[in-house]
Design a protein around this ligand. Structure first.
Ligand code: MG
Length: 180
């Protein structure tokens, strides 16, 4: 084996110290259903339609985590065609993604998100969403970015969109102590 080939083989076997993940999701507003964003129910006269509870932010976080460990995406793991996910709490999807991150030997370092929606205003709910995600992901609130914008000129006034980036950090292998 050439020196170059060896180096490439070693590179494949070395677990990256960090991994980045990116997720995106959108859902259309519909009347008569509760609005859930980031695991928080937000008072509004419409909610986000979808097969599950339509939580656009938790879906984008889930896909970002799955992408970071090169896993299947949320639609492959929880197909909308499967009746068992009808009306499902999106926390279930997030938990599966977190389990896969852990199995891959990583912990979440931080996440950042941007929501794009015309109404309602997200600012008054940012702290609650951050707290909820902090609890769900066992991640410090100051490692969770929640930003919101209106869809100026995008023509998506009846939808909510979420973009999420996550950083995973490799967990250190258990070190043997010298006291044994
Ligand atoms: Mg979705």
């Amino acid at each position: 084996m050439s020196q170059r080939a060896k180096t490439n083989e070693q590179r494949r076997r070395t677990k990256p110290e960090m991994r980045i993940g990116y997720g995106w999701d959108s859902h259309e507003f519909k009347s008569g259903i509760p609005l859930k964003i980031g695991g928080v129910t937000i008072p509004f006269d419409k909610g986000l339609g979808g097969h599950s509870d339509g939580d656009v932010l938790l879906h984008a976080i889930t896909d970002a985590l799955l992408g970071a460990v090169a896993g299947p995406d949320i639609g492959s793991l929880f197909p909308p065609s499967d009746p068992q996910w009808k009306g499902a709490d999106s926390v279930v999807f997030l938990q599966e993604a977190l389990k896969r991150v852990k199995q891959a030997g990583y912990a979440v370092g931080n996440l950042d998100s941007t929501l794009i929606l015309l109404k309602p205003k997200i600012g008054p709910h940012t702290a609650e969403i951050r707290q909820r995600i902090s609890k769900l992901m066992k991640l410090a609130p100051d490692c969770i970015g929640i930003k919101a914008k209106t869809p100026e000129g995008m023509g998506t006034d009846n939808a909510a969109i979420a973009h999420v980036a996550v950083l995973l950090v490799a967990k250190k292998a258990n070190k043997r102590t010298s006291s044994r």
